[in-house]
Design a protein around this ligand. Structure first.
Ligand SMILES: O=C(O)CCC(=O)C(=O)O
Ligand SMILES: [Fe+2]
Length: 326
């Protein structure tokens, strides 16, 4: 049952970055989710990408399967129910009622890969021959997302009392990923325990999600009241949350909040198809993630062992695909 106890704020980020950083710090200590407006993303680039993505999901399955995820890979087209996000938290669950398209960031500035896992996180994208405009539209949108993510990281740094450029050299070769999800109409009832997206936390530093106006379903978990709370779509806004790596980096000052996407009411007379586009931003593959200097505990230490960002991410991603019960 959704509850009104937890407020998911809408934050105008086109103000003094230090003030915005402090508001975000407050939010990430409690809710873990917020929405942003005045974010500067070019609306034409965003809209073109959104519409072409809808056209991709409308293609015949055979055209989409042309770029199906390769065994062992984490990019490309995932047909309905081939991934279970709850499995990333070791919960056995049926596959999520969604299909998705997943594209890796292009490598930045020709840096050598540390190993094959890093190479895999930057796997070259494949595009459907039936929709030639899709590649250009996605590349433009991913540039917008990367620049917004970098700006947000600098606001987050200020919120943590760190210099504005603190994260710059720690995320400039980030193996980020753009994903688009289509949650189709549900003509048959879901299986027991089957959701549009099972309860999970995100894995990396930051997620920037565009969702569809008037088609809800995303819910965040409020640990205090033990209720799921709707993240209602707001016109022109992006939903922002942090992932596990960022929570670890901040020594749990900030929360990587559990979230899920619930099924629409059965027998709805209006369309319940829903599209979203989350952009997952990460830290550089070889970045050592150890407690930030402003987040140390009272005894001057952090509670977690340092980890390398890349292998931490790769381990989580594969779990959600390999442990899906179909
Ligand atoms: O589609 C949504 O609203 C959320 C999707 C999500 O949480 C994810 O893909 O990690
Ligand atoms: Fe998520």
């Amino acid at each position: 049952m959704p509850s009104a106890t937890l407020d998911i704020p809408v934050i105008d980020i086109d103000r003094d970055p230090r003030t915005v950083g402090k508001e975000i710090d407050e939010t990430l200590r409690t809710v873990g989710f917020f929405q942003i407006t005045n974010h500067g993303v070019d609306p034409d680039i965003s809209e073109r990408c959104w519409q072409l993505t809808r056209a991709f999901f409308d293609l015949p399955l055979s055209d989409k399967l042309e770029i199906e995820r390769e065994p062992g890979g984490s990019y490309g087209y995932f047909p309905v129910a081939t991934e279970s996000l709850a499995a990333s938290l070791d919960e056995a669950a049926p596959g999520d009622l969604k299909e998705s398209l997943n594209v890796a960031a292009t490598p930045h500035g020709g840096h050598p890969f540390a190993d094959d896992t890093e190479r895999g996180l930057f796997a070259p994208a494949r595009w459907p021959s039936a929709l030639p405009g899709l590649q250009g539209a996605w590349e433009g949108y991913m540039r917008e997302m990367r620049s917004l993510a970098t700006r947000l990281m600098s606001i987050l740094a200020l919120g943590l009392d760190l210099p504005a450029d603190f994260f710059d050299d720690k995320v400039d070769r980030s193996p980020s990923a753009q994903r688009a999800i289509n949650y189709p109409e549900q003509s048959a009832p879901p299986k027991e325990g089957q959701l549009r997206a099972g309860a999970h936390t995100d894995y990396g530093t930051l997620t920037i999600l565009r969702q569809e106006l008037g088609r809800g379903g995303l819910q965040a978990y409020d640990g205090k009241s033990e209720h799921w709370v709707d993240v209602a779509p707001v016109e022109g806004a992006y939903v922002i949350n942090i992932g596990d790596l960022m929570a670890r980096w901040t020594n749990d000052r900030w929360t990587s909040t559990l979230h899920r996407v619930v099924n629409p009411d059965a027998g709805s007379t209006v369309s319940t198809r829903r599209q979203t586009m989350p952009f997952f931003f990460n830290a550089n593959y070889t970045q050592l993630v150890e407690c930030l200097p402003t987040c140390l505990g009272p005894d001057g230490t952090g509670k977690y062992e340092p980890v390398l960002a890349g292998p931490h991410l790769a381990g989580k991603t594969m779990k959600s695909i390999e442990h899906t019960t179909m």
